[in-house]
Design a protein around this ligand. Structure first.
Ligand SMILES: NC(=O)c1ccc[n+]([C@@H]2O[C@H](COP(=O)([O-])OP(=O)(O)OC[C@H]3O[C@@H](n4cnc5c(N)ncnc54)[C@H](OP(=O)(O)O)[C@@H]3O)[C@@H](O)[C@H]2O)c1
Length: 294
């Protein structure tokens, strides 16, 4: 049995704000379950919750926070701006704050680098994610509603374009992207490291598809170490320096996903080799975004 302990790793973001390495994901966490999931997670020792307006469950996430009785200032709370709200950032943020029943979020992210007109769902001809980022920057500088700003699903080219803009003087603290042994994104990782931007790894367990946690290699490693496949994967992300956001609404899984180990070097290397062995596998490919074209 490996030496599982409650994850206590905390990173310092490029603006000095501290972030717990492990956070609870809430995408597809149904109403009626997500409030309990958040409460149980916080009571078990999680101090980081990842949400988004588009998940449609912020009210209940907020209830879970209140019911946990964990003080607000001990919790790192993230939410995200949806694609159809890029021209009304502060209004969308205020609505999220209201639903979450908080005065501020610790991290506000642009969910996708795609600014869509809500009427047509087409991308605006006169506005893009750079304009949106400058709005976030303004709110970050001028109000106390956001402790840090970041991006999500940005490709290396989009990160470079953002950093090169003369009006961008707040470097995003994170880029939240899909990251697990079958999607390691070395080019992106290197660029982000160079600029002191942290990866936040989403779908670390392979999301609802389960393709990664069900991989025979991962199951064997888990079996040999006497831990679960999810614990192997979550520990791998933390060991490579990522923030990691496993989602569950199942109490036992919420509890066990918080327990991590330092993986032996040969196991860490074996996980690093899985992409070469099996090829890459991206589970999250929405219709409005082409990862290769950008
Ligand atoms: N920025 C973005 O565009 C973006 C995109 C995707 C995700 N995210 C964030 O990242 C979070 C995580 O990603 P995800 O929700 O796609 O997938 P995930 O965390 O990789 O996987 C979640 C799935 O794994 C199951 N699961 C959880 N723990 C398990 C365990 N110990 N053993 C077996 N199965 C387990 C969950 O089931 P139960 O819930 O039924 O237990 C659920 O079906 C999201 O919730 C969201 O906060 C962000």
């Amino acid at each position: 049995m490996s030496n599982l302990t409650k994850s206590t790793t905390v990173y310092t973001l490029n603006n000095g704000v501290k972030i717990p390495a492990l956070g609870l994901g809430t995408w597809q966490s149904e109403k009626g379950k997500v409030g309990d999931a958040v409460r149980i997670a916080l009571q078990a020792g999680y101090r980081h919750i990842d949400g988004a307006a588009i998940y449609g469950n912020e009210e209940e996430v907020g209830n879970g926070i209140v019911e946990s009785k964990v003080p607000r200032d001990e919790i790192f709370l993230t939410t995200k701006l949806w694609n159809t709200k890029h021209k009304e950032v502060e209004k969308a943020l205020d609505e999220s704050l209201q639903r979450l029943k908080v005065d501020y979020v610790d991290l506000y992210l642009i969910h996708w680098p795609v600014a869509q007109d809500p009427k047509t769902e087409k991308e605006y001809p006169d506005w893009d994610y750079l304009d949106t980022y400058k709005e976030l920057q303004k709110i970050y500088k001028n109000t106390k509603k956001i402790r840090a700003i970041g991006v999500s699903n940005f490709t290396p080219k989009q990160i470079e374009r953002l950093l090169a803009d003369k009006d961008v003087d707040v470097v995003p603290v994170v880029n939240q992207v899909e990251a697990h042994p079958l999607l390691q994104q070395p080019e992106l990782l290197e660029l982000l490291k160079k600029n002191n931007i942290r990866i936040e790894a989403y779908s670390p367990l392979g999301s609802t598809e389960g393709s990664i946690r069900d991989l025979e290699d991962v199951k064997k490693i888990a079996n040999d170490l006497g831990i679960t496949p999810a614990q192997v994967l979550i520990s791998w992300n933390i060991q490579r320096g990522d923030v990691v956001l496993p989602k569950s609404v199942t109490p036992e899984r919420i509890q066990s996903n918080l327990l991590t180990v330092e993986l032996p070097k040969e196991v860490f290397d074996q996980l690093n080799d899985l992409e070469k062995k099996h090829g890459t596998n991206r589970t999250n490919v929405p219709p409005f975004f082409d990862f290769d074209a950008n």
